[in-house]
Design a protein around this ligand. Structure first.
Ligand code: Z5A
Length: 220
């Protein structure tokens, strides 16, 4: 088991709050990479393998019929996120990077710092330890789609009959999440690109494409 945390230039992640437009931006990232002739593996977290997708179900399921009255405690939530991630990294992400593909992932470990760390109040050093021991990999490039919490939630309102377990949190939880993402981006400008996600989707997609093209020039 590795304890090194290695950034990989062909590993690109998208982060941001609910409704920030990550799925839309992901298509722009993929297009920019494919038009330069690269193989692209598109994936997401929690999830990305059959087992990790089952863990995703445990993490997000919120229908009254799903789990009776037993609540998932924050520590269980964190460990399940990392159980899914360890599986995903070994089964999908590392093999794809090793054969020379680009991997584009909708959320990764930054979401654990933001949601389980800042949102749930779990100790950051515990997350750092899990990241080093169970993951050992960081994206080379992270696009943070930044948007006012209420604006993001308004975009997804009414989309699902049952909002998932995390979507059901209150605005103050999501304000802490947003602040954590912004602090992480400010602390690591070499990896993060902050994208103003309040603008129309086509404008955001065009900036995302330009950022990826610039990254390709820089990464050689
Ligand atoms: N989570 C965690 O707690 N810890 C972790 O370590 C990880 C994850 C990895 C994943 O659920 C949940 O897991 C997530 C964090 C937690 N919970 N929350 N909240 P998910 O993947 O299902 O949820 P999400 O990542 O928040 O996805 P989302 O709500 O669909 O957001 P999005 O992908 O950023 O947005 P979108 O689907 O591209 O767009 C949403 C809507 O907005 C859609 O109708 C678009 O047409 C519209 N849209 C998009 N862009 C625009 C612009 N620019 N203008 C206007 N409208 C737009």
């Amino acid at each position: 088991m590795t304890e090194l945390l290695v950034p990989h230039p062909r590993f690109i992640t998208l982060e941001g709050g609910e409704g920030a437009g990550k799925s839309t931006a992901l298509a722009a990232v993929r297009e920019a990479l494919q038009s330069s002739g690269y193989e692209v593996v598109r994936t997401r977290e929690p999830g990305g393998t059959p087992l990790a997708e089952k863990i995703r179900g445990l993490l997000l399921e919120n229908r009254p019929s799903a789990g009776g009255s037993e609540a998932l405690v924050p520590e269980t939530e964190l460990l399940l996120m990392f159980a899914a991630r360890a599986q995903h990294v070994r089964e999908v992400i590392r093999p794809a990077l090793q054969r020379g593909a680009y991997v584009v992932c909708d959320r990764f470990t930054d979401s654990s710092y933001a949601y389980q760390g800042a949102g749930r109040g779990l100790d950051q050093s515990w997350i750092e330890d899990l990241e080093r021991r169970a993951v050992g990999l960081r994206p080379g490039l992270t696009l943070l789609l930044d948007l006012d919490v209420r604006q993001g939630r308004a975009r997804t309102r009414g989309r699902d009959l049952w909002p998932d377990r995390i979507e059901s949190e209150q605005d103050d939880f999501f304000e802490r999440v947003r602040e954590c993402f912004r602090l992480r981006a400010a602390a690591d400008p070499g990896r993060f690109r902050l994208i103003d996600a309040t603008r129309p989707a086509a404008v955001v997609a065009s900036e995302v494409g330009a950022v990826v093209s610039e990254w390709l020039r820089h990464a050689g």
